[in-house]
Design a protein. Structure first.
Length: 448
């Protein structure tokens, strides 16, 4: 009986364990299955969201199909409607204008260094008077400065002293020659006296030259006081070496100056220079002796005629430019130093030649009605890709062709297009850099 009970208990326990373990295992498997399905669905949803995000990003920056075109174009940029609505794009049609084949350079007015003089004194001293101010005219030889200097008295005294010693040595020489005739002086004594006379003569003339170089008047050697002394002074006058205008004055009367101090600057402004810089690409369009018109910012309605008198011989490595100079006549001194403006020079290569040279590679034909007209567009329409000048030509509201162009020199914000576009093309003028940024981002992505 006990065995039956034990067997029955074992059977019931086994059945209970089987039911419990089997149910948990099934639930675990079911849970794992549900988790796998959920993860799979979430993964699909994430991929779908990523695709949507990629599509949105592409629409924002540039959802395009870039089509390769001929050698004169890069690609066609295609925009989405949502992308287009975010870009403020404006276009304009090119127009025929007279082609001004001129080169313009900016620069400023400077004085000719050969027509300038810095006025100063070789001696130190105190300035007594300066007779001219900035802007005053002065003639050559006119007294412009008066000053006192103790050096003047010293130089004059040395001059007088050397003159007196020369006279004494010469008299002694003559005396010995007379004694020699009476056999009372030797030949050696005569030669010594002659050498001493020559020495003091040279000293006297050296002191005279020093006085002249410093602008000091020579003492009157015949003017003696009651004490038998020649008068000396401390006053010196300085005269202008050229005719011109005082453009700078650095000191005032009463100032004690050192030797070689610059007191003022005089310039002859009847001829002035306009100096500017020419870039390497424009060097072939000008030559020395070529005429030029200068328009200054202060006188926008006046043209000052001149000629190119100097073109530099080396290129500035930093700016890539070459200095150039135009000499202008300025008889009434209307042109002032330091004024800024521009010089307009006719291009030595005519516009007709330029058009003919470009015609063989110009997909739109000759871009001029006559030999003196070209299509013009706003300068802001031009941008560069791979060092090529380009414009965006609108095909429709969503498509824009990147077109290579050959351009001339800009005048008043308008730039002539020698080749690359045709009359009737719609050229983008506003939104150029936004379109360029989209294009560059897309091409950069392709390269990656």
């Amino acid at each position: 009986m006990n065995r039956i009970r034990i067997s029955f208990f074992i059977i019931i326990s086994s059945l209970f364990l089987w039911l419990v373990v089997g149910k948990n295992f099934s639930l675990s498997c079911l849970s794992d299955s549900k988790d796998s399905i959920s993860n799979f669905n979430n993964s699909d949803k994430q991929k779908s969201l990523d695709n949507q995000n990629d599509k949105t990003s592409s629409e924002i920056f540039n959802e395009t199909n870039l089509e390769n075109l001929d050698d004169d174009s890069f690609e066609i940029l295609k925009l989405t409607e949502s992308n287009r609505s975010k870009l403020p794009i404006e276009t304009i049609q090119p127009e025929y204008l007279n082609y001004q084949s001129n080169l313009e350079i900016t620069g400023e007015i400077q004085s000719d260094p050969d027509l300038m003089a810095n006025i100063g004194s070789r001696l130190g001293g105190k300035l007594i008077a300066i007779h001219k101010k900035e802007g005053d005219r002065i003639k050559k030889g006119e007294i412009i400065i008066e000053m006192d200097s103790p050096e003047i008295a010293r130089l004059q005294s040395a001059y007088i002293s050397s003159y007196s010693k020369y006279l004494a040595a010469e008299k002694n020489h003559e005396r010995l020659k007379d004694l020699s005739k009476m056999k009372m002086a030797s030949d050696q004594e005569i030669r010594n006296a002659e050498a001493e006379s020559i020495t003091w003569y040279q000293e006297w003339k050296t002191n005279e030259q020093e006085l002249n170089l410093n602008g000091i008047s020579l003492p009157n050697l015949s003017d003696k006081t009651k004490n038998s002394q020649i008068k000396t002074g401390t006053r010196i006058t300085i005269r202008s070496p050229i005719s011109g205008t005082v453009i700078n004055r650095f000191v005032i009367p009463g100032t004690v100056i050192d030797p070689n101090t610059n007191i003022l600057t005089i310039a002859d402004l009847r001829k002035v220079w306009f100096t500017g810089k020419i870039y390497e690409k424009d060097l072939a369009t000008i030559k020395k002796g070529q005429s030029a018109d200068v328009v200054l910012n202060s006188f926008p309605n006046d043209k000052f005629h001149g000629r190119i008198t100097f073109i530099g011989s080396s290129i500035d490595k930093i700016t890539g430019s070459i200095p150039a100079r135009i000499t202008l006549d300025n008889p009434d001194e209307k042109i002032k130093l330091g004024l800024f403006g521009k010089a307009i020079m006719e291009n030595s290569n005519s516009s007709t030649n330029i058009i003919e040279n470009k015609n063989s590679n110009n997909q739109s034909g000759i871009q001029s009605k006559t030999g003196s007209q070209l299509l013009h567009i706003p300068e802001k329409s031009i941008f560069q890709i791979k060092n090529e000048d380009c414009v965006f030509v609108q095909i429709n509201d969503l498509e824009y062709k990147i077109q290579k162009v050959t351009i001339g020199h800009s005048v008043d914000g308008k730039i002539p297009v020698i080749s690359g576009i045709s009359l009737g093309d719609k050229i983008v003028t506003s939104g150029v850099y936004s379109l360029k940024s989209l294009y560059l981002k897309d091409t950069f992505g392709e390269d990656e």
